[in-house]
Design a protein around this ligand. Structure first.
Ligand code: HEC
Ligand code: HEC
Ligand code: HEC
Length: 122
């Protein structure tokens, strides 16, 4: 029976393992890889994929409503009632630093909202 040549098999396995592990190792050392965001409880005001792209529009609509039009009454989205508030609604579930800021610094956006809105969880 033919024996396997250990001097070839072991380096071969090592190379194979390195190729498999590369994406994981790369993600751990490469600072530009997607950030890990703090998990939130419950359900967002809309689906995650929608929120990812459209959250700034929702905030803008809420803001316009309250600040420009004086429409302070709560809003219903999919039958659930929300106060149109950055602090009291969004930041009840999400933390500014470990969620909003983390993704924004990765995406290199700097919303100026925090100049006035403290961003502290209420
Ligand atoms: C009742 C809790 C709750 C409220 C209120 C809430 N969210 Fe969420 N949000 C979540 C959950 C849960 C997810 C899904 C996270 C996941 O699956 O990892 C999420 C997802 C998101 C995402 C997508 C994150 C990603 O990984 O792509 C964004 C952006 C977001 N929310 C912004 C907001 C904003 C802005 C508001 C206020 C208008 C808000 N959320 C209100 C719980 C909430
Ligand atoms: C998964 C990534 C991600 C998360 C989490 C996230 N954002 Fe954003 N946000 C973005 C990106 C990307 C943009 C820029 C989008 C564009 O320019 O079209 C943005 C833009 C915004 C803007 C508009 C800023 C401007 O100058 O136009 C606001 C306001 C905003 N985000 C608020 C929030 C708040 C509040 C939270 C936390 C509750 C949050 N975002 C969480 C990715 C995220
Ligand atoms: C110059 C200061 C300032 C800046 C900058 C600012 N806001 Fe506001 N915002 C206010 C004030 C003041 C109110 C009114 C609070 C009230 O009357 O309840 C308000 C109200 C709001 C409301 C409704 C009420 C609430 O409790 O949240 C939303 C939503 C909001 N702002 C979102 C934003 C977003 C999103 C940004 C950034 C794109 C932003 N604001 C930037 C000062 C500011």
């Amino acid at each position: 029976m033919k024996m396997y040549d250990k001097s070839k098999v072991i380096p071969g396995l090592f190379i194979f393992a390195s190729i498999v592990a590369f994406p994981f190792l790369y993600n751990q050392v490469n600072p530009s890889s997607e950030p890990v965001l703090a998990k939130a409880e419950g359900k967002c005001v809309q689906e995650k994929d929608f929120m990812k792209k459209e959250h700034m529009k929702i905030l803008n609509q809420w803001r316009e409503g309250v600040v420009r039009e004086g429409k302070r009454e709560d809003i219903y989205i999919n039958g659930i009632r929300y106060e149109k508030s950055l602090q009291k609604t969004c930041l009840k579930c999400h933390k500014r630093e470990s969620f909003c800021d983390k993704c924004h610094s990765y995406a290199e956006v700097k919303p100026y909202c925090w100049n006035c809105h403290s961003g502290e969880t209420k």
